[in-house]
Ligand binder design. Sequence first.
Ligand SMILES: C[S@@+](CC[C@H](N)C(=O)[O-])C[C@H]1O[C@@H](n2cnc3c(N)ncnc32)[C@H](O)[C@@H]1O
Ligand code: SF4
Length: 376
Amino acid sequence: MGFGVYIHWPFCLSKCPYCDFYKEVKKNVPQEEIVAEYKRELDFYYQYTSENIVSSIFFGGGTPSLMKPENVAALIDYVAGKWKTAPEIEISLEANPNSDYPEMFADLRRAGINRLSLGVQALNDADLRFLGRTHNLKQAYQAIDGVLQNFDNHSLDLIYARPQQKLSDWEKELAQAASFGMKHLSLYQLTIEEGTVFARKGIKAMDEDAAGEMYLFTEDYLADKGIYKYEVSNYSRPGYASRHNLLYWTGQDYIGVGISAHGRFCFSGFKGNLEQKQRDQKISPIYYASTYNCQLEELSQAERAEELLLMGLRLTDGIDKRLFAENCGLDFDGFIDRERLKYLCEAGLLVDTPQNIRATREGFLVLNGIIEQLCP
Ligand SMILES: C[S@@+](CC[C@H](N)C(=O)[O-])C[C@H]1O[C@@H](n2cnc3c(N)ncnc32)[C@H](O)[C@@H]1O
Ligand code: SF4
């Protein structure tokens, strides 16, 4: 079992018109105060997870590349000073091409980051402007060079299925993206989220059929280049799937600090000042969902099972039924609505075997609908 630590840095230089992630645009961020706050949150979660071995740390945002590298290093050191860490620990950070200075990537590498995820979003100037990005293509190329020079493990984010985007336009960008030599690509179809500038302007998402065609094209095109889809929007060269994100999709434990972070973990061992009641409860495993400011909520077996289903079907390999039962204490075939499952298999959207259940290529096009139908 892996165990991950997510650190959320909510600050950005500007707000992108499509983005509904929690973020703040602030000039003078009191970084040291925030880092001290994060350490207090880490102390809290340590009480519940002290026996775990950290297999990944992920700095996500917002724009964590706006953090001073010494603060990134301080948080990595703090985690490594409390928990045991796995020898092959993956330590990722999301960077924007607009937050760089000449030595930024080298400094982040020295701070302990060993996987860099770069949010490029488009590979032509007109679409970068449309997406409200504050970097241009030249800066994107410079940042890609910087990442490749300083890291062995890297990822690139692009948003596609933009309104008016033609399949042939996307093919050109995809060809470039595949040619950089990045180990991993996160490719998201543009969604128009309520409350964003795009929604207010009435911008419409691409129609489903055209977007579906792009989706299947993307999968085939990249597979041909040795880059394989392993999750709805994530593709990697063999052995380079994001270990941290796999924790979410396979129902393993993680904690999260920062304003819009959350966690899911099982009480692994007691090393703090918890109340007797909580110590007693340790006899049977307690599964917690955590949110900002150390708020904990116990999850029932059914809630846990639903989450495992929701997350697991996102993976190309689908859900391992044995792990499902280990993770929530419920038998998969007993939990699922068998009639609906049969119908979805007959419709060619799911494959169900005694060992696992997974979406087919066509199933991925309507995954949200499948999940809605399956949850009892
Ligand atoms: C947490 S965000 C931010 C990462 C980083 N701040 C950046 O802007 O590159 C992670 C990714 O979600 C994707 N994303 C955000 N909003 C989206 C939307 N409305 N539609 C599709 N993808 C979106 C972008 O590709 C982005 O890189
Ligand atoms: S896409 Fe990234 S940079 Fe843009 S507002 Fe969202 S988190 Fe900030």
